[in-house]
Write a protein that binds this ligand. Structure first.
Ligand SMILES: Cc1cc2nc3c(=O)[nH]c(=O)nc-3n(C[C@H](O)[C@H](O)[C@H](O)COP(=O)(O)OP(=O)(O)OC[C@H]3O[C@@H](n4cnc5c(N)ncnc54)[C@H](O)[C@@H]3O)c2cc1C
Length: 435
């Protein structure tokens, strides 16, 4: 048994799933979970939904309580940032926080030599020049972000401008309208969520947002103006490239995210658009990645993919843990007991959902980057819809809005692997016939 720990960097959905899977799969050695936030691992999807709405408080977001974490026997280092990884020696450099390793003879403080490392550092919210230090301008990635935005919307009838009309911007727009605020949603693309779901479904969502009173604006943001009420560092509006001005008390930047790989400076690792992995989620020997940060060769889709989806974070955390243990067993660094595990390619059926107003949108497979989409509108008023997404002659993704769970499950089976387009159309029609 190795005296070196396995370290999981990133104490959120993927990191926690990896840590739990390591224990379940028989890793009895030291296990370090490192996270730069101060909070215990919590769930992010409710940040733009129940938490922003005020129907949930932060404690409801916890993925595990301290009591539930205790049996894992973790060396849990919150408020600690990983600042470097030497892939060849599997050594991490850590900064700050409690529990940084004590000074040992011949060892530098803040260095952690590991048996293996799982990188689960997720993504960080993008921002815009001029936004830093301007009160009233928010991003929405962390619990602190969400609480700050919620506080900014505590007074009634705020003028909220959301920059970015992707999934996150649309969800926040829906909540803010339900809370009675004056909401403007600005995007470069005239159709909300077009990148994720295509223009036909996006236009249907646009109808829903307009019907609920959201103002949809197309344009590129050029900068911010400052409030005229004497508060020098408070936002007063959003300026667009065409010279128009959108007055705002509160601004949310929902313009996408950047994989959190800035701390991984090792040239042995490919960090262009996430940490590049093989089909087993391995970035280098003994170094694995999981969740939003991981870009890996999906064995079914035959190209590198990276998903920012909640379910993927859990599934990939578990897969990376199993594969790392199998590798360590082969190296003799882990005693697997009677049945040596085998590394397995990670081949999930991608899944994401979004909640906007009363509408639940769920999608399986690949919906982004499709070259053909066929949308079937089941009920325009209720926006009940099914859409099939294809690349070449194959169907690769399916989306459903407002349809019952039983039918959703049938749709998953349609795109578990790419299927010929006509066959998929028939199967989708059969699965939704009763809607
Ligand atoms: C507001 C919001 C709403 C969402 N809604 C949905 C939804 O409806 N459906 C859906 O499918 N998905 C949704 N998602 C996406 C989903 O939450 C993510 O896919 C999931 O959280 C990814 O988990 P992760 O563990 O990979 O990364 P993260 O949750 O981003 O966790 C990474 C952690 O690593 C930490 N970290 C980063 N760098 C370092 C470092 N150098 N050292 C130590 N720690 C570090 C970060 O601070 C963070 O705590 C939503 C995301 C957000 C932000």
């Amino acid at each position: 048994m190795s005296a070196r720990p396995i370290a999981v960097v990133g104490a959120s959905a993927a990191g926690l799933a990896a840590a739990e899977a390591l224990r379940r799969s028989g890793w009895h050695g030291p296990l370090t979970l490192i996270g730069d936030e101060d909070q215990l691992p919590y769930d992010r999807p409710p940040l733009s939904k129940q938490l922003l709405h005020g129907t949930w408080e932060p404690d409801r977001l916890l993925l595990r309580t301290r009591d539930q974490l205790d049996p894992l026997g973790l060396d849990l280092r919150l408020g600690t940032r990983a600042t470097g990884l030497d892939a060849a020696t599997r050594t991490l450099t850590l900064d700050g926080g409690v529990g940084v390793p004590p000074l040992e003879q011949g060892r530098e403080r803040g260095r952690l030599e590991c048996a293996g490392v799982i990188v689960a550092t997720g993504v960080a919210a993008r921002t815009l020049p001029g936004a830093d230090g301007l009160a009233g301008v928010h991003t929405l990635r962390t619990l602190d972000d969400a609480l700050a935005l919620r506080a900014g919307l505590a007074d009634p009838a705020r003028r909220l401008v959301i920059v970015g009309n992707g999934v996150l911007g649309c969800e926040a727009a829906a909540v803010a309208r339900e809370l009675g605020h004056d909401v403007t949603l600005v995007g470069r693309d005239p159709v909300p969520m077009a990148g994720a779901v295509g223009t036909e479904v996006g236009e249907l969502l646009a109808e829903e947002h307009r019907a609920r009173g959201v103002r949809l604006v197309t344009g590129a943001v050029d900068g911010f103006t400052v409030a005229e009420d004497g508060a020098p560092a408070r936002v007063g509006g959003v300026r667009l490239a065409d010279g128009s001005l959108l007055p705002a008390d509160v601004v949310l930047l929902a313009i996408g995210s950047t994989p959190a790989v800035d701390w991984l400076a090792d040239p042995a690792l490919d960090t262009s658009d996430g940490l590049r992995c093989d089909a087993y989620c391995a970035a280098a020997p003994g170094i694995y990645a999981a969740g939003d940060v991981a870009r890996w060769d999906h064995p079914v889709h035959g190209r590198p993919v990276r998903f920012e989806h909640r379910m993927n974070a859990t599934e990939q955390g578990m897969a990376a843990a199993r594969n790392l243990l199998a590798e360590l067993a082969a190296e003799g660094a882990h005693d697997p007991g009677d049945t040596p595990p085998e590394r397995r390619p990670f081949a999930p059926v991608p899944y994401f959902w979004s909640d906007q107003y009363a509408l639940k949108i769920q999608a399986y497979g690949l919906t982004a980057g499709a070259d053909r989409v066929e949308t079937t509108l089941l009920d325009r008023d209720e926006r009940r819809t099914v859409a099939l997404y294809g690349r070449g002659d194959s169907a690769v993704g399916v989306l459903a809005a407002g349809i019952p769970p039983r039918q959703i499950r049938a749709l998953r089976a349609v795109v578990a692997t790419p299927v010929p387009w006509d066959e998929a159309r028939e199967r989708v029609a059969a699965a939704t016939a009763a809607s």
